[in-house]
Design a protein around this ligand. Structure first.
Ligand SMILES: [Zn+2]
Length: 192
């Protein structure tokens, strides 16, 4: 090999590759990636969907609990998929998330999912009043802009009620950080 040739493995984080025989999807591999932090610190998953998705996949809370146990994760923030029974306001899948929380309240933090293009106000109040602890929004699937007026209204209500809002910014979306920074700068930090 020429002396100046960059070895192919330089392109990988070699120390993070699983050893032969260690599956990519395994606790053994995750433990190595995280330098054993899962052994020594409480770990919570802040993004877990529960129920059914229009793409045909599903994960019930029993299955999620099993995964959390397998990966030594204490608990998860849970919210609906893009559920085929979401209707106009996600009432049915929000109920599913609530039922999961009631079954394992020490393992789950229930968020509601809302559709800003639908009649979201009643569902927001229903879920807030019974104890959902935050909101999940998906701008691509529910087809709204991050700064759409209904979305802005949801952020304002959430700030008033001191509920966190989790927004999908990954697959299928362009860069969102400038938009999010613009939205955040319109609101004074709520320290109270
Ligand atoms: Zn998600």
């Amino acid at each position: 090999m020429p002396a100046n040739r960059i070895p192919y493995e330089r392109y990988f984080e070699v120390s993070a590759l699983p050893e032969p025989g260690v599956p990519m999807h395994s606790y053994a591999y995750l433990r190595r990636l995280t330098s054993d932090v899962l052994e020594t610190a409480p770990v919570w998953d802040t993004h877990a969907h529960v129920g059914r998705d229009r793409d045909g996949r599903e994960l019930d809370f029993i299955g999620l609990l099993r995964d959390l146990d397998d990966y030594r994760v204490n608990g998860a923030v849970i919210f609906p998929f893009n559920d085929p029974e979401q209707g106009t306001d996600f009432r049915v899948p929000n109920d599913r998330v609530w039922d999961a929380y009631r079954a394992a309240p020490e393992r789950f933090v229930p968020f509601m999912r809302l559709n800003p293009n639908g009649p979201w106000e009643d569902e927001y109040e229903r879920c807030r009043d019974r104890g959902h602890r935050g909101i999940k929004l998906h701008p691509r699937v529910q087809d709204f802009a991050l700064n759409a007026s209904a979305a802005m209204e949801i952020y304002a209500r959430a700030a008033t009620d001191r509920l966190p809002v989790l927004v999908h910014t990954g697959y299928g979306m362009g860069a969102a950080s400038d938009d999010l920074a613009g939205i955040a700068s319109k609101r004074p930090p709520s320290g109270a």
